[in-house]
Write a protein that binds this ligand. Sequence first.
Ligand code: P6P
Length: 341
Amino acid sequence: MTKEHLGLPVGTTLDRFIKRKQDDFPYATGELSQLLRDIALAGKIINREISRSGLLNIGGAFGATNVQGEEQQKLDVIADIRFTRALKNGGEVCAIISEEEEEIIDLDNPKGRYIVAMDPLDGSSNIDVNVSIGTIFSIYRRKSPVGGPISKEDVLQAGTEQVAAGYLLYGSSTMLVYTTGHGVYGFTYEASLGEFFLSHQDIKMPEDGKIYSINEGSYCSFEPAVKEYIDYCKENEYSARYIGSLVADFHRNLLKGGIYIYPCTSKAPNGKLRLLYECNALAFIAEQAGGCATNGYGRVLEIQPTELHQRCPFFIGSKKMVQMASDLMKKQEQETAAGTV
Ligand code: P6P
């Protein structure tokens, strides 16, 4: 045993990493750094409440539905409150778009230069059965003058305008994964120290993979091109992995290679996932890690939003897999247009 063994470094905390990468931020005034810390703080609080939900009677349904018409879980509401409060108190954010709120949340921080779009707790129906769930966030700079009212163009920005995006994954370990447009970095939470430590340097998504994530219960209502792609995966004996929690499915595919698809179905004619606070954030991360994200036809990040809660079909993952699925979709579109289908 040597002194080196006894004095192994604990690693790089999120705070120290952010300070070191400060010069990567387009506006290196420390505002975005503080905003990422505010999100990490809220994530620590949510992590604590999720890990004890069975003991605190905060599992199960809240008894209301959100703007999507989905039954809210108690922890959906708690997460929405915690993130909204953390971002308001942090002072950097002037407005939030949340899955849990129909309208824009004006934080009355007129000096706030940032807009956050978030799904405070995605996959929350899995809480009671102890399956991993997550938080998804996108960060934009406001377009309207600081100090003035929030405008629609502040909140309806294309994904290419994001200055940062990330997710928290409350799983076998709790992780924060984010990008500011300079690569993708993962931090693992050490609860005994209350810190996130750098655990995944510059994550790169494998260019190809053999995992496909889709709810095959809707197979009969998939478009022909989606059926053709899923049949291809089966013929090539790919692994089907779908746990009903987007962040967990995405994170696995990010590290191992794979594709996640939520296409148009009879129950979700425009797809289920929301552009502003689910698709754009993960698309930014996927592209930064060398992957790809489309709506079947074009980059998700280039879609110009027209409504806060609009949905879009979602094909995200390893570049070669998404390209093959998207090529089949485009071929189907051309054949439909030519009347040959
Ligand atoms: P379905 C959770 O509600 C979610 O938004 C994603 O996390 C998940 O991948 C998907 O919906 C599951 O939807 O229709 O397959 O149950």
